[in-house]
Write a protein that binds this ligand. Structure first.
Ligand code: SF4
Length: 172
């Protein structure tokens, strides 16, 4: 018995040209996440004024895909703490963090949020990492808008290295 050769359209040797791109799920998901951060500003003092400069046209955080500032934690994935945090505010900050969906990231902006700054007193939290986990710290009192943008870039680099498999394992 003789078989007719298959048409070229169904043979495995077909030349697919540049019709396909191979990548990983992590690369695609991280690419989407890193370029569409939605910040929730927890601004309590002067550092928040600097953040207002960051979202202005002068510094233009839109270039990094992070301009969609939200004031509902359920619509945000990036919590930016800019200013002094007191122990009275601590439960509020913690609740806002817990209301954000995973994945979520935190930037501590300025000396006060990061270490309590020069407020060495009974009422000031000496660093918000006593309350919630922090991904990126920004130095300065206040940090300049460029420092905020650098923090966004550093966070994007961190997101690039994240793995969905590890996140699932941690959640088990
Ligand atoms: S770090 Fe400096 S600029 Fe920022 S909130 Fe504290 S005192 Fe104000």
């Amino acid at each position: 018995m003789t078989f007719k050769p298959l048409p070229a359209s169904v043979t495995p040797e077909i030349d697919l040209g540049d019709s396909f791109v191979t990548t990983t799920v992590d690369a695609v998901v991280n690419w989407g996440r890193r370029n569409s951060l939605w910040p929730f500003p927890f601004g309590t003092a002067c550092c928040a004024i600097e953040f207002m400069g960051v979202v202005s046209s002068m510094f233009d955080i839109s270039r990094f895909g992070a301009e969609l500032v939200r004031f509902s934690p359920r619509q945000a994935d990036l919590l930016i703490i800019a200013g002094t945090v007191t122990y009275k505010q601590a439960p509020v900050l913690r609740r806002i963090y817990e209301q954000m969906c995973e994945p979520r990231w935190v930037i501590s902006a300025g000396a006060c949020a990061t270490s309590g700054g020069f407020y060495d007193c009974y009422c000031t939290v000496p660093g918000i990492d006593e309350i919630i986990p922090v991904d990126i710290y920004i130095a300065g009192c206040p940090p300049r808008p460029e420092a905020f943008l650098e923090a966004i870039v550093q966070l994007q680099n961190k997101i690039d290295r994240e793995s969905m498999k590890e996140q699932r394992t941690v959640g088990v």
